[in-house]
Ligand binder design. Structure first.
Ligand code: DOR
Ligand code: ZN
Length: 360
């Protein structure tokens, strides 16, 4: 049922097309949260050191599967959630070899390659310094039909932080689209009207992920009553007009837009810090946050396609066969979750009341 005022919402199980799972004790602590909600996730490769080879991606995948098995053995997740599928990515560098891309294309478990402009965000030091450098790798990706995932911000210190996505479109994305017309591209975690318009209008295979936090909040959330580090992510929240453009894109039914949480957990003390890390932890209540955003737009009936259809269609994977149910029930987002080694991680909107809750 999706009519206004409905008490439940049952939809095809969604996938998360942009997720940070971390590694080690943090991975073990957070993996269950995504597995409880989603069938699959595109897992970001920005570990330290980054995941740059297919062999490393295979090892990381094994560690994720082992963490899921541990969570199952500890009774933290059920058998269905234990079947959560991590879809791996490689981290593109200036020196990524075309042979590595070809290996990725035939691996069966590497589904995309992520481009971080060097210095753009968390663990991006080994990223691409100039888009001309990994040209051979981009050719190989186009050839192998392996999607390129973009952190779409320039890193030029002369460009205002709030303009870095729009400038990226002109300086990097338009030339890339022209030079590699058949390359499948995902413009990740878009935050501006310019990005939504570009993705809607561009020729060639392109899509964008949109986070729940960029649908729900504008940049005022960063400063409401004082500096709010748990609302700080990159690309940073933008003005209200941009938030509205993202809501229109997400709820408009266009298959180029789909769900990617960019859930990016950091230990509490590293967020609440003089130089706090970028990233919002949304995995435990991701669907609830998206449901709030879609309901506020009067578009709950559009959530299923955005969350469960457009992503697998773009990645050429089958849609999930099972379903999830959200119930209309007011509940309070917890203040924190365990994050391994005695640390805690604070979820986005901690202490706030949400209107929807995932059943089970
Ligand atoms: O806010 C962010 N956090 N943006 C990113 O691009 C990376 C992420 C992280 O890994 O923490
Ligand atoms: Zn991310």
């Amino acid at each position: 049922m999706t009519e206004a005022g409905a008490q439940t919402l049952t939809i095809t199980r969604p996938d998360d097309w942009h997720l940070h799972l971390r590694d080690g004790a943090a991975l073990r602590a957070v993996v269950g949260a995504s597995a409880r909600q989603f069938g699959r996730a595109i897992v970001m490769p920005n570990l330290r050191p980054p995941v740059v080879t297919v062999a490393q991606a295979g090892e990381y995948r094994s560690r994720i599967l082992a963490a899921l098995a541990d969570a199952r053995a500890a009774g933290e997740i059920d058998a269905r959630a234990a079947g959560f599928q991590p879809l791996m990515t490689l981290y593109l560098t200036d020196n990524t070899a075309p042979e590595e891309i070809r290996r990725a294309g035939t691996s069966g478990f590497v589904h995309a390659v992520k481009l971080y402009p060097a210095g753009a965000t968390t663990n991006s030091d080994s990223g691409v310094t100039d888009i001309a450098r990994p040209r051979a790798a981009l050719e190989a990706m186009q050839q192998a039909d392996l999607p390129l995932l973009l952190h779409g911000e320039v890193t030029d210190g002369e460009v205002d932080l709030f303009d870095r996505e729009a400038v990226f479109i002109e300086r990097v994305l338009e030339p890339l689209r022209r030079d590699f017309p058949a390359l499948r591209i995902v413009f990740e975690h878009i935050t501006t009207r310019e990005a939504a318009d570009f993705v809607r209008q561009a020729d060639g295979p392109i899509a964008a992920t949109i986070t729940a936090h960029h649908l729900l909040y504008n940049r005022n959330a960063l400063f409401a009553g004082g500096v709010r580090p748990h609302w700080y992510c990159l690309p940073v929240l933008k003005r209200e007009q941009h938030r509205r453009a993202l809501v229109a894109a997400a709820t408009g039914g266009n298959p180029r837009f789909f769900l990617g949480t960019d859930s990016a957990p950091h230990a509490r003390h590293l967020k609440e810090h003089a130089c706090g890390c970028a990233g919002c932890y949304t995995a435990p209540h991701a669907l609830e946050l998206y449901a709030s955003a879609f309901e506020a737009a009067g578009a709950l009936d559009r959530l299923e396609a955005f969350a469960g259809f457009h992503g697998p269609d773009f990645y050429r994977l089958p849609r999930n066969g099972d379903r999830v149910t959200l119930e209309r029930r007011r509940w309070t987002v917890p203040d924190g979750h365990p994050f391994g080694d005695g640390d805690r991680v604070v979820p986005l909107a901690a202490g706030e009341v949400l209107d929807w809750q995932l059943r089970g």
